[in-house]
Design a protein around this ligand. Structure first.
Ligand code: NAD
Length: 307
């Protein structure tokens, strides 16, 4: 059986798969669509991250395909109904990178509250910006508002509570009497209340038609002017132009953005010159440890599916 892996995967897991299947591992294939489609003509399995569009055209080129492994979570690059219609199993690495994302949320929130990262060059040059950086805030006692309370939202809540942060969450798909609220000690909130009360708003919803531009100019205007927005979910959930304007006008305290409507971020984006902003290239879920965990989980599940 033939397996194509067209985005980066931990080498040990690639070796495990290569011992069982005729495996083509080429992380540059994601950027060479015609070659990718040609390689899929006789493939039984495909392993991707978030950049490969698993759409109807790909499925039509891959007539033998039985399984798509997703090195991560978030299936917005995969046409799941089209896969189901062709009996192609879609396997995400649920949970395997949650810790990495949760630590990113807490870490960037702390960095933004202290703004320490902004004056490193000044400090090195001997300018000693001590007065300018003396109004940073502690994270203890702050309110974290989680939008989406699934696997990553719940783990982020646990880390936050260990730092004495109050956690409120908006997730209309979880019933008000569901045990998860009691088990996690997070308080369910309406979206508008969460936006108004939270010192830190962090997004953990999938990108769907309901969540596209959920954080628009209107939603940003409901947030505290000192509040921080963290987006590790998907770029389309935040209106980037509205966010850039809110930061430039001082209507928001700061933001950490890991995911963008178009990746890589285009030069001249509304976010490229906004203040109090940490930008990262879609790495919230990617650490040395999570790469090993995610790859091992997908290798095991894809192999089981193919057999
Ligand atoms: P999950 O499926 O466990 O949780 C998502 C939650 O969102 C669910 O509880 C669901 O009820 C809720 N939800 C769905 N629609 C909603 C809506 N309209 N309003 C409010 N809540 C809604 O997923 P997860 O594992 O927690 O991951 C969340 C998202 O994080 C993924 O979809 C993915 O896009 C993103 N992600 C990004 C990275 C990264 O590296 N930046 C890594 C992992 C995951």
């Amino acid at each position: 059986m033939k397996l194509v892996i067209c985005e980066f995967m931990d080498n040990a897991s690639v070796a495990t798969l290569a011992a069982q299947f005729d495996t083509l591992y080429d992380p540059t294939l994601v950027d060479r669509r015609p070659e990718l489609l040609a390689a899929l003509a006789d493939a039984d399995g495909l392993i991707v991250r978030n950049r490969t569009q698993v759409d109807r055209a790909l499925l039509e080129a891959a007539t033998r395909l039985r399984v798509v492994g997703r090195l991560g979570v978030g299936l917005d690059n995969i046409d799941v109904p089209a896969c189901e219609a062709r009996q192609v199993a879609v396997i995400p690495a649920t949970g395997a990178n949650a810790r990495a994302v949760a630590e990113y949320v807490i870490g960037t929130a702390m960095a933004l509250l202290r703004r320490a990262y902004t004056r490193s060059a000044d400090t090195a040059a001997g300018n000693w910006p001590r007065a300018a950086l003396s109004d940073g805030c502690e994270i203890a006692g702050k309110t974290l508002g989680l939008i989406g309370f699934g696997g990553i939202g719940q783990l982020t809540a646990r880390l936050a509570q260990s730092l004495d942060i109050k956690v409120i969450a908006y997730d209309p798909l979880i019933a008000a009497d569901a045990p998860v609220w009691k088990n996690t000690k997070a308080t369910p909130a309406k979206l508008d209340d969460l936006l108004a009360q939270a010192d830190i708003v962090s997004l953990h919803v999938p990108l769907t038609e309901q969540t596209r531009h959920l954080i628009d100019q209107n939603a940003l205007a409901k947030m505290r002017t000192s509040a921080i927005l963290i987006n590790t979910a998907r770029g389309g959930i935040v209106d980037e132009t509205a966010l850039g304007n809110a930061l430039r006008l001082g209507q928001l305290g700061g933001a950490a953005i890991d995911v963008f409507a178009h990746e890589p971020l285009a030069a001249g984006s509304a976010l490229s010159d906004a203040p109090n902003l940490i930008l990262t290239p879609h790495i919230a879920g990617v650490t040395t440890e999570s790469n090993v965990r995610v790859s091992a989980l997908i290798a095991e599940r894809v192999a089981a599916q193919l057999k």
